[in-house]
Design a protein around this ligand. Structure first.
Ligand code: 26W
Length: 819
C-alpha cells in the first residue's frame, strides 16, 4: 500500500468509527466481560467492570494504533524516541476516553449497566513509574507527541513496583510497596517476539580481522511490553514500550536435578530483580550496581530495537540520524551513547569516526537539575566490570574529546579536566552528564534561567568548547489531563465563553482576557472553584478524616519533599502566623487552609523529619480553639498523579518557593496557575516565565534572585544574625526547637533548627521576611474578591503557552527536525 492509500484508509476508519450508540457500546462491554474476563454480569466486581471498560476502549484504540504505525512506515518519516527511566503516567481510562471524545457515550453505556463510570475510573491503579517532575514530564510529552501527530516511541522499564505508596503513621512517613499490577494490566501487550539479549560482564577480545568481540558472562532477555498512548481527538496512537526482563536460561536443570532448587532458579530471580523496583530517589543517585544494570538494560534494549527497526525497513545504517531522533531524559539513559557506538562499530562495521558522527547527530540530551549531588557518575571499576566494551568506547570517545579541547583556544588544564568524561579527583568515576553532552548535538535545559545557569555552572567548559549546543526548552504540561479532564467545570465555562478552539490550541486561552472583569463570568468562575474545593474537602475527609472549610483560602504546596523546595519555610511561616493570630485575635484574619503533600526519599532523613514536623504542627494548630476557623493545616498522604488531579483544580494559592537557582523548572506551578491559583514564588525555574506570561501584578514574587543567592553564599552568609533581627522568625524557630510541637520528644527538631541557625544552606532565613510580607499581600488581595477573581482569570488566560504541545513543537523543530 502506498502512503496515500494508508492515510486514506486512516480517514475512512475515523469516519466509520465504532458506535456512538450507548446501548451498542453497553453490549460490547458485556461481551468483553463475558468472553474475555469470563464473568457473568451479576457476578462482576468493580474491577471486572473496569477491565471490561478498558478492553472495550482498547479495542477501538488498536485500529488507530495500527494505522498510525503503518502510515509512519509507509511515509518513511523520522521517528522520535524518548528514553526515560521514569514515566509517571497515572491513570489511563479517563485520558483515553476523553481524548477519543467519548466520555458521555461511555458514561451513558455504563449507566445502562448500572455501573458508575466515575467509580471505576477511581479504582484504576495509578501507574507511578516515576518519582516526580521528570517522570511526569515524560508522560505529558508522550501525550503531546501523539496529539501533535508525531510518530514517537517512549522507552522505559516496566517496574513491577513503582513509586512506593506513602502512609502516614503517627505523623511519620511509612513506605509501602506499590502493587499497581495486582489485578493485571489490561492496557498492555507483551511482545514476546520483540526480545533482545542484554549482556553484562565478561571479556573483550580483538579478532584477527581487527574487529572486537565482547563475550558477556551474563545474559538477560529484555521483552517489550507496549501500551498505546492516545493523542487528543484520537488523531494518533503512539507506543510506550516498557521493557521487562526474562532469564535467558530460566532454569538450570543440572542444579535442579541435584536438588538445588533455589540455585536452579537463580537466573530467573536475577532477571526479575532487574525490573522489580523503581529507585525512589529524585536527587542523589543511589550509586548501586543494580541501578547501573537497570540503566544499561533499558538503554541497550531500546537502542537495539531502534537500530533493528531502521535496518528492517531497508535503510542503510549510515542514515540512522535521518530516521531516528533519540532524546535522553536526563543522564539515566546516557550509556545509550556508548551502546549505539558499540552497535555501529562492532556489529555494523562502521569506522569509529563515522559512527561518532552518526551518534552525535542522533542523540539529544535534556538536563533536569543542577544540584551537584544529583549528577550521576559511576565508579570506573564498577563500570568496567559490568560493561567492559563500553568502557573501551568511553576511553576512545574521551581521547577524541580531549584532543579537540586541547586544540581549542583558552583551554587550560582545569578546563580540560572539567570536560573529561572521567573524574580523576579521588576515586575515578565516569561522568554521565559529560558523556551525554559529548554524544549529543543538542543539550537543553528546561526553563530559561536553568539553561543560563547550565552555561555558567556545570557545563561552563563544555559550553565554551561547543557554544551552539546548549539550548532552552521551557517545560509544559498537557492541558488535556491538567485542565480538561481534571477540571471539567472550568473547561465547560471556558468553552461557553470563548468556544472550543482552546482545546486544540491552548494559546487561545488568551481569548479569556475580555472576561476578566465581567461580574457574571467571575461569579461562575468562583462557583466552580468553590465546588472543586468542596470536592477535595470531601475526599480528604474520607481518606484522612480532616475537615477543611471550602470557604477558606486553600494554600497548597504539593511536590516532592526536599530542602531546596523549602516546605520548611512554609511551615515556619505557618507557625509565625499561628502565633500572630493568637496574639492578635481582634484582627481581620483571612481564613486559610495550609495543604501539603509529597513523598520523601526513603533515605532522606531531613525530608522525612519535615513531614513529621508538618504533622506535628497540624495536630497542635488544628486542636487550638483560638485559631479555629482561621487556620488549619493538613498533610495529605500518598501524593500521586491522581491526587494531584484533585488538588490542582481546588487550589487558591500555589507555593513555588524554592531557593532561587535550584528548581530547574517546576511543572506543578504550571498546573496550579492553569487551574486558577495565584502563585507566591521566588524568581526560580519557570516561575520567571510564568510571571512574564500572566503579568507581574498577578503573581506575588519574593526573595533573593539566583544571582543574589550566589553572591550571599560567596560573601559568607550568617543566618543567625538574620534570625535574631526578626523576632517573629526567631520565635517560630525557637518554638519548634524547644518542643512546643513535639512535647513528647522536645529535642525532635533541635538539629533541624540548629542547621538553620548555623548554615541555612537553602537561605530560608534570608527570604523569610519578604515571604511573610508576600503572604500578607495575598491576604489583602483575598479580601477583595473581585480583584482576586480577575487576577486568577488572567492567570488562566496567560497560561496557554505552558502547554506541552508548545514545548514539543519546539523540540520537534529545533532538536529533532521532525515535522
Ligand atoms: C539519579 C537520581 C536522580 C533521579 C532523578 C537525580 C535526579 C533526578 C531528577 C532530575 C529529578 C527531577 O524530577 N527533576 C525535575 O525535573 C522536572 C522536569 O524537568 C523539573 O520541572 C523540576 O524542576 C526538576 O526538579
Amino acid at each position: 500500500m502506498t502512503a496515500e492509500a494508508i492515510l486514506a484508509n486512516t480517514r475512512s476508519l475515523d469516519a466509520a468509527d465504532t458506535t456512538r450508540d450507548p446501548q451498542a457500546l453497553a453490549d460490547r462491554i458485556i461481551d468483553c466481560l463475558v468472553h474475555r474476563i469470563g464473568k457473568d454480569q451479576r457476578a462482576a466486581k468493580p474491577h471486572d467492570w473496569l477491565t471490561a471498560a478498558v478492553l472495550t476502549v482498547r479495542d477501538d484504540v488498536i485500529e488507530r494504533w495500527m494505522t498510525s504505525t503503518r502510515a509512519t512506515q509507509a511515509s518513511g518519516a523520522k521517528r522520535v524516541y524518548y528514553l526515560s527511566l521514569e514515566f509517571l503516567i497515572g491513570r489511563l481510562l479517563r485520558d483515553a476516553i476523553a481524548n477519543l471524545g467519548r466520555a458521555e457515550e461511555f458514561d451513558a453505556a455504563l449507566k445502562l449497566l448500572g455501573v458508575d463510570l466515575a467509580m471505576i475510573e477511581e479504582i484504576e491503579p495509578d501507574a507511578a513509574l516515576g518519582n516526580g517532575g521528570l517522570g511526569r514530564l515524560a508522560a505529558c510529552f508522550m501525550e503531546s507527541l501523539a496529539s501533535l501527530n508525531l510518530p514517537a516511541y517512549g522507552y522505559g522499564i516496566r517496574y513491577v513496583n513503582g513509586m512506593f505508596r506513602q502512609r502516614i503513621d503517627d505523623g511519620w512517613q511509612v513506605e509501602l510497596p506499590e502493587t499497581w499490577l495486582a489485578h493485571g494490566n489490561p492496557w498492555e501487550f507483551e511482545r514476546r517476539e520483540s526480545a533482545y539479549i542484554i549482556g553484562f560482564g565478561g571479556e573483550v577480545v580483538g579478532t584477527e580481522t581487527g574487529a572486537v568481540e565482547w563475550t558477556p558472562d551474563e545474559k538477560i532477555e529484555a521483552v517489550a511490553v507496549d501500551t498505546p498512548v492516545v493523542g487528543w481527538r484520537g488523531e494518533r496512537v503512539n507506543t510506550l514500550r516498557l521493557w521487562t526482563a526474562r532469564a535467558f536460561d530460566p532454569i538450570r536443570l543440572d542444579a535442579f536435578n541435584a536438588g538445588d532448587h533455589a540455585g536452579a532458579l537463580a537466573n530467573q530471580v536475577r532477571a526479575e530483580t532487574l525490573v522489580r523496583v523503581l529507585y525512589p530517589a529524585d536527587s542523589s543517585p543511589a550509586g548501586h550496581e543494580l541501578r547501573l544494570r537497570q540503566e544499561y538494560f533499558f538503554s541497550s534494549a531500546s537502542i537495539q530495537d531502534i537500530v533493528r527497526r531502521h535496518v528492517q525497513y531497508g535503510n542503510d545504517i549510515r542514515t540512522l540520524h535521518e530516521k531516528a531522533a533519540i532524546q535522553l531524559n536526563d543522564t539515566h539513559p546516557a550509556v545509550s551513547v556508548a551502546e549505539l557506538m558499540r552497535l555501529l562499530v562492532d556489529h555494523h562495521g562502521l569506522g569509529f569516526d563515522e559512527a561518532w558522527d552518526i551518534t552525535r547527530k542522533t542523540f539529544g540530551y535534556t538536563n533536569h537539575t543542577l544540584l551537584p549531588e544529583a549528577l550521576e557518575s559511576w565508579p570506573l571499576p564498577l563500570f568496567e566490570r559490568l560493561l567492559p566494551r563500553h568502557m573501551q568506547i568511553v576511553y576512545a570517545i574521551n581521547a577524541r574529546l580531549l584532543k579537540e579541547a586541547r586544540r581549542a583556544p583558552g583551554m587550560d588544564d582545569r578546563a580540560i579536566s572539567a570536560i573529561s568524561l572521567i573524574d580523576e579527583g579521588g576515586e575515578r568515576r565516569i561522568r554521565m552528564a559529560n558523556l551525554a553532552f559529548a554524544g549529543s548535538h543538542s543539550v537543553n535545559g528546561v526553563a530559561a534561567l536553568h539553561t543560563e545557569l547550565m552555561k555558567q555552572t556545570v557545563f561552563a567548559d563544555l559550553h565554551r568548547l561547543y557554544p551552539d549546543r546548549i539550548n532552552n526548552k521551557t517545560n509544559g504540561i498537557t492541558p488535556r489531563r491538567w485542565l480538561q479532564q481534571c477540571n471539567p467545570g472550568l473547561t465547560d465555562l471556558i468553552r461557553e465563553a470563548i468556544g472550543d478552539g482552546f482545546l486544540d490550541d491552548a494559546s487561545r486561552l488568551a481569548d479569556l482576557r475580555p472576561f476578566t472583569e465581567d461580574a457574571a463570568f467571575q461569579e461562575r468562575f468562583a462557583a466552580i472553584k468553590r465546588a472543586n474545593k468542596a470536592a477535595l474537602s470531601q475526599h480528604l475527609r474520607e481518606v484522612m478524616g480532616v475537615r477543611l472549610d471550602p470557604d477558606a483560602l486553600f494554600d497548597v504546596q504539593v511536590k516532592r519533599i526536599h530542602e531546596y523546595k523549602r516546605q520548611l519555610l512554609n511551615i515556619i511561616e505557618t507557625v509565625a502566623l499561628y502565633d500572630q493570630i493568637r496574639n492578635h485575635p481582634e484582627r481581620d484574619w483571612v481564613p486559610r487552609v495550609k495543604l501539603f503533600a509529597g513523598k520523601a526519599a526513603s533515605s532522606y532523613h531531613n525530608a522525612k523529619l519535615i513531614i513529621k514536623l508538618t504533622n506535628d504542627v497540624a495536630r497542635k494548630i488544628n486542636a487550638d480553639p483560638a485559631v479555629h476557623g482561621l487556620l488549619s493545616v493538613a498533610f495529605a498522604p500518598n501524593y500521586n498523579v491522581s491526587l494531584a488531579e484533585k488538588i490542582m483544580p481546588a487550589a487558591d494559592l500555589s507555593e513555588q518557593i524554592s531557593t532561587a537557582g535550584m528548581e530547574a523548572s517546576g511543572t506543578g506551578n504550571m498546573k496550579l496557575a492553569l487551574n486558577g491559583a495565584l502563585t507566591i514564588g521566588t524568581l526560580d525555574g519557570a516561575n520567571i516565565e510564568i510571571r512574564d506570561h500572566v503579568g507581574a501584578k498577578d503573581i506575588v514574587i519574593f526573595g533573593l534572585t539566583a544571582d543574589e543567592v550566589a553572591a550571599k553564599r560567596a560573601d559568607g552568609y550568617r543566618p543567625s544574625e538574620v534570625i535574631e533581627a526578626h523576632p517573629d522568625l526567631n520565635q517560630a524557630i525557637s518554638a519548634i526547637e524547644t518542643g512546643v510541637f513535639s512535647p513528647g520528644e522536645p529535642d525532635r527538631y533541635r538539629d533541624l533548627m540548629a542547621g538553620l541557625r548555623e548554615h541555612d544552606w537553602f537561605m530560608l532565613a534570608a527570604d523569610f521576611p519578604s515571604y511573610a510580607e508576600g503572604q500578607r499581600e495575598i491576604d489583602r488581595r483575598w479580601t477583595d474578591p473581585a480583584g482576586w477573581r480577575a487576577a486568577t482569570i488572567r492567570n488562566v488566560a496567560g497560561m496557554g503557552w505552558f502547554s506541552s504541545d508548545r514545548t514539543i513543537g519546539e523540540y520537534a523543530h529545533d532538536i529533532w527536525s521532525v515535522r
